[in-house]
Design a protein around this ligand. Structure first.
Ligand code: PLP
Length: 449
């Protein structure tokens, strides 16, 4: 009993300390994480009853609730349908499913659904070390859970991008059921337009994994995959899309080919891979969509500008920032080769001591099994941008990073400056400060229409 109580106390204390440490004292540069506005957080706290509920069942071809196997759904169905509609309108498409609890789940259901629809096990993907997510890979979900066979896109390391000409040949020869684009190390728009015709010619569906760049797509600052020929877009709802942790799949129901695929993906969602769909996140996901509708363009532009500013500055100060000939990045991320400074593990751990949080990362020329000490680090700017960092703050942050990476100052010394910089940026921009503010904005806008 005593041990049980001691552990419970430790749990509470660690949770409280975590909120202060990561929420108030660290600068977050993990590219796969997002920052929620006060309104999104408030919405989450207002919808705690949903956290206890179930809503299993089928949806129709608009993505709306069709049939539910539980009672008490009067408002739950409205909540799910409204969230689906907001996502459809934001991404200008005619079908969406918000029942996925994560980006990995969105990939699971989409890959499963499409492999059933095409009766093919072959999937063309980017190599893991060139940025594909583990869920695309034969060593992860795609191979080990779904039994899919990976065929790799050709990758151009210099351009940090898929090589469209060589990949076209690969797709033609392999005749896969699925061709994927998008990834976790994702600096430049992938050649969806260039490869959509050949993928469709061989009967493949194109799945664009927008987990990292969903918010940038909403803001019109990256590519627009569904207009460029992608059939499905899968994503997390908590990275550059600044909502609660969850997932989404989006598509356009244009013809019979898509109807067959959407039905199959829906079947892979329910009954194959969901029971509880974590309903408590849905209203807050909708608020995040509303924020992107209003502030998304400015947020996405500044995020990319901040990443490019940091790329140029770190490069000018001697770091090997990848993608140099192409402006370093067109997304929220940078990739930096830090072998000269001890590799990704040493550098990310030293920065962590200074309360600058980012992750080590495989680079395209790394052995893909060397995840322990890869050559690179990945730096994401979506969080600091939402905290109101502009170019001068970004350069100062880069100076602090350079101090640590180059060993000019001890990480413990730099930490004081990091905490001070973080505290200067407490307000979260490009969003609502409360649900009341969101409602007032909506009412005023509706009156003006
Ligand atoms: C490209 C990509 N797809 C999918 C995922 C998985 O998303 P989730 O963590 O929501 O399962 C990630 C995670 O970072 C990712 O980078």
């Amino acid at each position: 009993m005593e041990e049980f109580f001691r552990v419970a106390l430790e749990l509470i204390e660690a949770s409280e300390r975590h909120e202060v440490y990561r929420g108030e004292e660290c600068i977050n540069l993990i590219a796969s994480e997002g920052l929620k506005s006060p309104a999104v957080r408030e919405m989450l706290s207002l919808t705690m009853d949903l956290e206890s509920r179930y809503a299993e069942g089928e949806n129709d071809l608009r993505g709306h609730v069709k049939k539910r196997y539980y009672q008490g759904q009067k408002y739950i169905s409205v909540i799910e349908d409204c969230t689906t509609e907001l996502m459809k309108m934001l991404f200008k498409c005619s079908w969406a499913d918000v029942r996925l609890v994560s980006g990995t789940h969105a990939n699971l259901a989409t890959f499963k659904g499409l492999s059933m629809a095409t009766k093919s096990r072959k999937m063309v993907v980017a190599p893991l070390s060139a940025g594909a997510h583990i869920s695309h890979d034969y060593t992860g979900l795609a191979g080990m859970v779904l039994g899919l066979e990976n065929i790799e896109h050709a990758y151009d390391v210099e351009r940090m991008n898929i090589d469209p000409d060589r990949s076209a040949q690969i797709i033609r020869a392999a005749k896969p059921g699925i061709v994927t684009f998008g990834g976790s190390l994702f600096l430049f728009p992938h050649p969806v337009k260039e490869l959509s015709e050949v993928a469709h010619e061989v009967g493949a569906y194109i799945v664009y994994d927008a987990a990292h760049v969903l918010g940038l797509i909403a803001g019109g600052a990256f590519q627009d995959p569904l207009r460029e020929g992608a059939d499905f877009m899968t994503a997390s709802t908590h990275k550059t899309f600044p909502g609660p942790q969850g997932g989404v799949v989006l598509a356009d129901l244009k013809d019979e080919r898509m109807e067959k695929a959407i039905k199959s993906v829906q079947y892979a969602i329910f009954p194959l891979s969901t029971s509880n769909t974590h309903l408590g996140r849905l209203p807050a996901t909708g608020i995040a969509a509303l924020e992107l509708k209003i502030y998304g363009e400015a947020l996405a532009k500044q995020t990319v500008r901040n990443a490019q500013t940091a790329g140029q500055y770190l490069y000018e100060n001697g770091l090997k920032v990848l993608g140099e000939r192409y402006g370093f990045t067109m997304s929220h991320q940078l990739a930096v080769d830090v072998r000269e400074y001890g590799g990704g593990k040493r550098v990310s751990e030293a920065l962590e001591e200074a309360n600058i949080i980012l992750n080590r990362n495989l680079l395209p020329y790394d052995d893909q099994n060397n995840r322990e000490n890869p050559s690179g680090i990945r730096i994401g700017f979506q969080d600091v941008t939402r905290r109101g960092f502009y170019e001068s703050d970004i350069k100062y942050l880069c100076d602090l990073m350079l101090d640590v990476i180059k060993g000019r100052r001890k990480p413990e010394e730099v930490r004081k400056d990091v905490i001070a910089l973080r505290r200067e940026h407490s307000e979260i921009k490009y969003g609502f400060q409360s649900i009341k503010e969101a409602i007032e904005h909506l009412q005023k806008s509706l009156k003006g229409i």
